[in-house]
Design a protein around this ligand. Structure first.
Ligand code: ADP
Length: 396
């Protein structure tokens, strides 16, 4: 059985076609610059040459049709009949308070995704457009929505409520939701599996450190806290996002520079984080290079990033009254041995000990703590697409 996984951004559409009999990726690809000049589809069929289509894509419908054409193409395709696609799994950013599990899309689900446009203004409209485009292009297949917020819906009130007048929660559902849920779910489950911990008696912290970053505390297999909030802006220092900040900073800058709240939020989302402190780049590799070349701002950006990650791990250890395993994942977490090592240096008081030889690897599943470490530390590459495909299969 073959499942198509779709992940729509505001101007992009990423996809993977997965054969669920052996969980092999048959093809994957990306449509970029949808709705703007220079649209391009890069299609990678496994075992065949990469195939690039440069054609205007005025919306996600055109992009979805091009993806289907590429999958069916006589030379570059991997299926002969559209009916081979049994279902489509869609990553959807925000499900508000409504969904804690994947759902088969119907009119009501589409309404909820639409009702959450305010909460995920860049992603939810694109996610809905992607669903509608696939309904038209692959009409026989059920469409399944997997929400990025779903895994975090088990958080208790004390973790998700903001200490602001309660009426805002009642009126507008203002609360912490958390994101990267599919990744936290996949990586925490995988951690339980490889560690042999008893899922019903386990304390796991997942550090998803990519361009966007978040940490979650997973007690007995369920998320009890996570660092992102109402939006992905809260929590860690990220590529371009500030993470936690005193809201009064906004008022101060606004008064000094006459900026609007929208301009300031744009600054916190797009010009802050590693880019803001270092002045070099949002990409951790560039910041690292600049540090090696003597940039003080790049050095302090790296230090501040590591420090914030370590503080969250400390906080979540307290939230669970202990920790059995800590797992690093995503671009930085999987690839950057120095950052992993620096974070773990702060955690010596927990009995965390890293085996620096084992820590040298990149992007493979590996235990990197020493045998006598009181906490197991892992690298587990995330695989959001596979998780979406598995959940889609389970549902249909
Ligand atoms: P996202 O999905 O949020 O865009 P990713 O999980 O792909 O992010 O992570 C992207 C980040 O991972 C980039 O900032 C990049 O610098 C970092 N990264 C990738 N490879 C390495 C590496 N070898 N060393 C350090 N950082 C890396």
């Amino acid at each position: 059985m073959k499942i198509l996984v779709i992940n729509c951004g505001s101007s992009s559409l990423k996809y993977q076609l997965i054969d669920m009999d052996n969980e092999a990726v048959l093809a994957k690809g990306l449509c970029e610059r949808i709705g703007i000049e220079g649209s391009k589809l890069t299609h990678e069929p496994m075992g065949k040459e990469k195939y690039v289509v440069e054609k205007p894509m005025k919306n996600h419908q055109v992009a979805a049709d091009l993806v289907i054409n590429a999958l069916l193409d006589a030379e570059h395709g991997v299926i002969k009949d559209i009916k081979e696609i049994a279902a489509v799994g869609h990553r959807v950013l925000h499900g508000g308070k409504y969904y804690s599990d994947p759902v088969v899309v119907n009119e009501n689900v589409k309404k909820v995704i639409k009702d959450c446009f305010d909460l995920g203004p860049l992603h939810n409209p694109a996610n809905l457009t992607g669903i509608i485009a696939c309904e038209a292009a692959i009409p026989h297949a059920p469409q399944v929505a997997i929400f990025d917020t779903a895994f975090h819906q088990t958080m208790p009130e004390k973790a998700y409520l903001y200490a602001i007048p309660y009426e805002y929660y009642e009126k507008y559902s203002i609360r912490k939701y958390g994101f990267h849920g599919t990744s936290h779910s996949y990586v925490s489950k995988r951690t339980l599996k490889v560690s042999g911990l008893d899922p019903k008696n386990s304390k796991v912290i997942v550090a998803h450190l990519g361009n966007g970053g978040s940490i979650s505390a997973v007690l007995n297999g369920k998320c009890i806290d996570t660092s992102m909030g109402l939006t992905p802006l809260e929590g860690l220092i990220m590529g371009t996002r500030s993470g936690d900040i005193d809201p009064a900073v906004l008022q101060y800058i606004s008064h000094k520079e006459g900026k609007t709240i929208d301009e300031l939020l744009n600054m916190l989302n797009k010009q802050s984080g590693m880019l803001g402190i270092s002045g070099v780049s949002s990409d951790f590799r560039d910041v690292k290079k600049a540090e090696a070349e003597g940039s003080h701002r790049a050095k302090v950006a790296n230090e501040a990033f590591v420090y914030r990650v370590a503080k969250y791990i400390g906080a979540y250890t307290a939230a669970m009254n202990g920790v059995d395993a800590i797992t690093f994942t995503a671009g930085v977490g999987e690839n950057d041995a120095i950052i992993r090592s620096q974070v773990c240096e702060y955690l010596g008081y927990l009995g965390v000990k890293i085996d620096e030889e084992k820590n040298k690897v990149r992007a493979i599943e590996q235990l990197i703590s020493t045998e006598d470490s009181r906490v197991k530390v892992y690298i587990i590459p995330t695989n959001e697409e596979l998780m979406i495909a598995r959940e889609t299969l389970a549902l249909i």
